[in-house]
Write a protein that binds this ligand. Structure first.
Ligand code: EPZ
Length: 419
């Protein structure tokens, strides 16, 4: 297991490029199972979760070709197994996204239940309930979802909770169902819209993606296409917070500011000067310490839960006190105990963290527990005095492409050491 060693105290300066969005690439790669012809997916980030997805598709007999631009061409005409094993699904919960496409295209699927993870129990009951409403026969036994459907039928699906991958799974399943499916209380995330745009490029008839009601008119078949994944808004926000907490001035390119409005608003509230273009964001902190900023996470377009840990770190070193409420997941404060090791003043009460900003953090060994928590520890290391050692950074490699290269390009002193 590698570790990252970060020497704090350097204001970040410079410009980096934002990679493709992990949480758009994963459902889009799953959606390739729906197509009769090869689908070429571009702007794919080089991440462990992408590798896991390619391994999962490969094991099913799907042909994957990676070209010189790192685009991935997927041809599922050679598929031979409709099975997603526990050993892969447990390492990446998003594997559940093959369930809807497999069922819609091939009429059957055996997919391991993902199980929980560090941030919560993360059930998939809403995925299953939606597919049953569309006519699937589903048994869950010995930790596996056994699903069958001669032909899925359209249904009106009113989601109990806003679920991103639940919306995506059901939207994919509905593309080949008989009739027009309505998904109400749908997730509105940009990654859901990106998936819908890719499916429509394959010949699907989806409208309303990005709103809370999505209509999917079933078609007989979907064809191949070439689709580039949208930029990663969470990677974008993470680097902007890195600049804000180190008092620096950076520009991030190949991003989409419109996807980050609530995050940019909060950064401005924290005292950052933010200027945006069509595909770039410039943040200048002018050497100032951030001001404390209250955060409450909610589904898009409200403040994203995937930016909560990063803003906890911002508040830890901010001027003043702030409250951070996590309303999406039940256990997404694992980073708090590690930040306290660096000198953070945080009190946890249920799903709320009360943070009092401190002038300085002191480096210490800390341990990553989940993807975004590990990012918040790297951010803390950028300001802590001394060398912070972040262990178990396989978590961070799941969601941040070349993080040490990008931070080093911005002037950070950071290095990866194999253990
Ligand atoms: C997606 O996870 C993202 N992952 C997560 O990003 C993100 O944090 C989350 O959405 C919320 O925005 C991908 O897109 C691959 P949910 P997902 O279903 O779809 C409950 C990251 O850091 N729920 O929207 O699994 C669930 O327990 C990752 O990149 C049910 O109860 O999240 C949670 O409390 C972490 N039953 C809430 O809904 C269900 O059937 C929202 O979860 C489904 C969800």
């Amino acid at each position: 297991m590698d570790k990252l060693i970060i020497t704090g105290g350097i204001p970040l300066q410079g410009e980096i490029r934002i990679s493709g969005a992990k949480n758009a690439a994963l459902p889009i790669l799953a959606a390739t199972l729906l197509a009769d012809g090869p689908v070429k997916v571009g702007n794919i980030p080089h991440l462990q979760d992408i590798t896991t997805t390619m391994e999962l598709l490969g094991r099913m007999g799907v042909e994957l070709v990676i070209d010189e631009c790192m685009d991935i061409e997927v041809d599922c005409s050679t598929i031979r197994e409709l099975f997603a094993p526990y050993e892969l699904v447990k390492s990446m919960r998003a594997s559940i996204l093959v369930l809807g496409p497999m069922l819609a295209r091939f009429g059957q699927a055996v997919v391991s239940l993902p199980g929980g993870c560090a941030i919560g129990s993360r059930p998939v009951n809403l995925h299953i309930e939606g597919l049953v409403k569309m006519g699937a026969e589903i048994d869950v036994e010995s930790g596996y979802i056994h699903a069958k459907a001669r032909k899925l039928k359209a249904a009106r699906l009113v989601m109990d909770l806003v679920t991103v991958t639940g919306t995506e799974n059901l939207m994919m399943a509905a593309t080949l169902a008989e009739g027009t499916t309505l998904i109400e209380n749908a997730a509105r995330e940009p990654e859901v819209v990106d998936l819908a745009n890719c499916l429509n490029a394959m010949g699907a008839k989806i409208s309303g993606a990005g709103s809370d009601t999505i209509a999917v008119e079933g078609v007989d078949r979907l064809n191949g296409t070439h689709y580039d994944v949208l930029p990663d808004r969470i990677e974008s926000g993470t680097y902007l917070v890195a600049a804000a907490i180190t008092g620096g001035h950076i520009r991030i390119k190949d991003t989409r500011p419109r996807m980050l409005e609530t995050v940019i608003d909060k950064l401005r509230e924290a005292g950052a000067e933010v200027v945006v273009g069509d595909e770039w964001i410039d943040l200048d902190m002018r050497g100032r310490r951030p001001c404390a900023t209250n955060i409450r996470t909610s589904p898009y377009p409200a403040f994203p839960t995937d930016m909560q840990a990063q803003f906890t770190t911002l508040n830890v070193v901010a001027e003043g006190a702030a409250t951070i409420s996590e309303t999406v997941f039940e256990n997404r404060f694992m980073h708090v105990h590690e930040l306290q090791r660096l000198g953070a003043d945080i009190q946890l009460e249920g799903n709320t963290a009360f943070v009092r900003g401190v002038e300085r953090l002191t480096a210490a060994p800390v341990m990553a527990t989940d993807l975004r928590a590990s990012a918040s520890l790297v951010l803390a290391g950028l300001v802590a005095e001394g060398d912070t050692v972040v262990d178990r950074i396989y978590h961070i490699d799941r969601g941040y492409e070349s993080i040490e290269e990008k931070l080093a390009k911005l002037g950070a002193r950071i290095r990866r050491v194999p253990v």
